[in-house]
Design a protein around this ligand. Structure first.
Ligand SMILES: [Zn+2]
Ligand SMILES: [Zn+2]
Ligand SMILES: [Zn+2]
Length: 803
């Protein structure tokens, strides 16, 4: 078999490979993922030395190999090393064995490649297939698995009174339990995790060593005799919750704050103690049947709710659901997730009054618990008992800790169903650190995101590793978490980056960190990076159109951008057009106070005289009018987010917002059907102006009608604008990126409309469309630019080469 580019030199087993390889006995090509591929060719050799690359450690891969090899009567061995799994197999059934391996890998595994490293002479004495201890030498080429929700087999044991792990809160196996959040470095073995201080008892050691046992080589396995312990009995946790208390419970990637979601009092108290004015709380429900009592669940939503990563799924709420009003705070959606640790299950079992048997696990109840990340406002999620006692004093009434340390913080992931499939709002626990396959090998680069919803991305070869959600970098603690995340990722991947990518904005904590690393710093324009994230994820190499609808990003002209029609190709970026600019009276304050954007729109329409009357409750209404008329402290922005704010402000949907995108969310929530105002927009020299639409909204109409007209007209205008550019450029692929694509109505409307025009819209599936996906785009641009042979000197102050 010919060596692939970038493949390790063949390793020989004492003899040289035959000069003339025998005719292939076995050949198969299987395609995996949009950009990846499995390509194997095994030749007729007495004994094969193979390497499996991909997500193959910590997922029960070697036991799976053992079962397949034993069934096929093969002998040999398998070992974890820095590149994945290395094995040697011999016997007549090799072809069947490889076929089985590729067609049915273990559920949690992802095979990216099976490579033949050489042929070896048969070992006549060998009778069995064995699993060897890991090899730790050399640089890492593989990855740790993500954390996985408790599997059905472990759940059955947890509630089986005859099982020795009956009611044990740390039950796990090769198919479930903590991984990423407890692993310090590679290779993934008990000794490199926070389970290292818990030596296996005899019973656990016997299971661990028995290839027929489902805990064979389960690195996190333990039992009441040898494993971690809970500090507070589960019964006591349940008693406090039923008494209306707020309990901080240690989970996989951090502590949750739990309280009864049906009881107004603790929910209100939690909201005021966390200073979390508007954001909805996530809710844990025992099962799908219960979830249906609170939310409307279609098939795709039910599937992702039950996914082994167990994300929070944002769903349309049932019209009269029995949860406390403060949970969703007026939004018609609700974020639900299912229990994902044995401890969650035990708390639910106690709250349900210790039901017998297993039927209760799938029966509908009215039980629902608020389960929100435990942190001080603006700070990262709390992971240790010490942090919890310090940071959560005054928020939690009780702290339920245990002695299995969390190594790495990871919030819950949040998804919703968009255009029939799940899309990320936040990507963290359960998905990190699964890599995103790129279309080609790229140089090692790290990227640090921007300011809000930050993540880190590290590129290694053909894979991009996007970190868990780090969050907004408003506090020193958050900035420190960004730095820790970068170093943990570089360490676990064993990557030495040759460059670091950051935002063009010089004052973000991420940009400042980039300059402290002692590496060449490559700033990337914000919206160029949004569109490049889609190019990376979808394996696009070559020109594509990008529609970036976003909140804020610095343009190369120093202006605030955020509604951009781009054509990108690697580091090249062309601004084909943008949304008409609106003044932002008071600068940053305008982003928090939609009434100011409504005032700006009125001013632009020549109706500034209406500002004081319309916003009579705003004490600063007349000074805002004054700023607008004098053009002082009103920097212009092309941000799509500010156009949403202006519409929400004009319709009286939202005067102020407590979190980014709140006004747009409340506006979207009013939409049942959309309507189009045919003359609601105009395009002049590539600039799309929606002022005629806002003018119509300002004339007055019911809020729901206004929301329908705004969304419908915006979608129609964008489709026409993009389709014209696509025709002019002869480009069919259109990437939709930026925070406004969290809006389901706009995203689905554009996908349908652009598809109907014969275009290929791309939406974010592997990372969030908002700034959570930005680091992927930044890393991809810089690594591609390096791969194309460009130097830092040629590039100048900004990687994005605008023309
Ligand atoms: Zn399990
Ligand atoms: Zn044990
Ligand atoms: Zn952005």
């Amino acid at each position: 078999m010919a060596a692939k580019p970038g493949m390790d030199p063949p390793v020989h087993c004492g003899v040289s490979p035959a000069a003339e390889p025998a005719a292939p006995l076995y050949k198969r090509v299987a395609v995996n993922a949009p950009t990846g591929g499995i390509e194997i060719q095994a030749i007729d050799a007495p004994r094969l030395r193979l390497r499996v690359r991909g997500q193959v450690q910590g997922v029960g891969f070697r036991p799976h190999l053992w079962r397949l090899a034993t069934r096929a009567n093969l002998s040999g061995f398998a070992v974890n090393d820095q590149d994945g799994v290395l094995m040697e197999v011999q016997g007549a059934g090799v072809a069947c064995f490889l076929d089985d391996l590729i067609s049915s890998p273990p559920p949690l595994a992802r095979i990216d490649a099976v490579e033949q490293l050489g042929q070896c002479p048969a070992l006549a004495e060998e009778r069995r297939f064995v699993i060897r201890d890991s090899i730790a030498a050399g640089p890492a080429r593989t990855a740790i698995g993500p954390d996985i929700a408790t599997c059905p087999a472990c759940l059955a044991e947890l509630f089986d009174p005859a099982n020795r792990r009956h009611l044990y809160p740390f039950i796990t196996c090769t198919q479930c339990g903590p991984r990423f959040t407890i692993t310090r470095r590679l290779p993934y073995d008990r000794a490199t995790t926070s389970m290292a201080p818990f030596p296996l008892c005899n019973a656990c050691a016997a299971e661990y060593a028995d290839p027929a046992d489902r805990r064979f080589h389960a690195e996190t396995t333990c039992c009441p005799a040898c494993g971690p312990r809970l500090e507070m009995p589960v019964a006591e946790i349940a008693t406090r919750l039923l008494a209306g208390k707020i309990v901080a419970l240690k989970g996989l990637g951090g502590f949750h704050l739990l309280c009864d979601a049906r009881d107004d009092n603790p929910v209100r108290r939690l909201r005021s103690r966390k200073h979390r004015d508007g954001k909805p709380f996530a809710v844990m429900v025992p099962n799908l049947a219960t979830a249906r009592r609170f939310a409307i669940l279609h098939d795709a939503a039910a599937a992702i709710l039950q996914h082994r990563a167990s994300p929070v799924v944002v769903l349309p709420a049932q019209p009269r659901h029995p949860l406390a009003e403060g949970v969703s705070n007026g939004l018609p959606t609700i974020g639900l997730f299912l229990p994902y640790t044995p401890l969650h299950w035990l708390v639910i079992w106690e709250l349900l009054g210790r039901p017998a048997g297993v039927d209760w696990m799938s029966e509908a109840t009215d039980l629902a618990l608020v389960a929100t990340s435990a942190n001080r406002s603006g700070e990262p999620i709390v992971i240790s008992g010490t942090e919890a006692r310090e940071d959560l004093a005054g928020i939690a009434d009780a702290i339920a800790d245990h002695d299995r340390p969390i190594v790495t913080r990871a919030d819950d992931s949040v998804v919703r169903v968009v255009a029939g499939a799940p899309a990320f709002i936040r990507r963290a626990r359960g998905f990190t650190p699964i890599s995103i396959r790129l279309a080609r090998d790229l140089p090692p680069v790290a990227a640090l995101g921007a300011l809000l919803k930050t993540t880190v991305t590290v590129i290694r070869g053909r894979e991009a590793f996007v970190s868990q959600h780090v969050g907004d970098l408003d506090t020193p603690a958050a900035a420190a978490f960004l730095e820790t995340t970068l170093h943990h990722l570089l360490e676990t991947l064993d990557v030495a980056p040759v460059a670091v990518a950051c935002d063009l904005h010089p004052d973000f904590a991420s940009t400042r960190l980039a300059h402290r690393l002692g590496l060449p710093v490559w700033p990337v324009q914000h919206h160029h990076a949004h569109i490049a994230a889609l190019a990376a994820e979808h394996g696009i190499d070559g020109p594509l159109l990008g529609l970036a609808l976003d909140g804020f990003g610095l343009g190369p002209d120093g202006a605030a951008w955020g509604g951009e029609l781009l054509c990108i190709d690697g580091e090249y970026c062309e601004r084909l057009g943008h949304l008409a600019t609106l003044p932002t009276p008071g600068g940053d304050r305008a982003a928090r106070e939609p009434w100011r954007m409504a005032a700006a729109a009125l001013h632009a329409m020549g109706r500034a005289g209406e500002i004081e009357r319309r916003f009579a409750t705003e004490p600063l209404a007349s000074s805002v009018r004054n700023l607008l008329s004098r053009g002082v402290a009103c920097p212009p922005t092309s941000s799509a987010g500010r156009w949403f704010d202006a519409a929400a402000g004009l319709l009286g949907v939202s005067h102020r917002q407590c979190f980014e995108g709140e006004a747009a969310m409340r506006l979207e929530a009013l939409v049942t059907e959309t309507a189009v105002l045919a003359d609601g927009w105009r395009v002049t020299h590539g600039v799309l102006d929606l002022l005629p639409l806002l003018c119509r909204l300002a004339d007055g109409m019911p809020r729901a009608d206004g929301a329908a007209l705004f969304h419908g007209t915006l979608i129609a205008a964008l489709i026409a604008w993009v389709a014209d550019a696509a025709a002019a450029r002869g480009v069919r692929t259109v990437a939709l990126g930026g925070g406004c694509f969290l809006n389901q109505v706009v995203t689905e409307g554009l996908v349908a409309g652009l598809t109907a025009r014969g275009l290929l819209p791309l939406i974010a599936r592997a990372v969030p469309p908002n700034d959570g996906g930005l680091s992927l785009g930044q890393a991809f641009i810089v690594a591609s630019t390096l791969a194309n042979g460009r130097t830092r000197e040629e590039i100048g102050p900004c990687v994005s080469q605008f023309r």
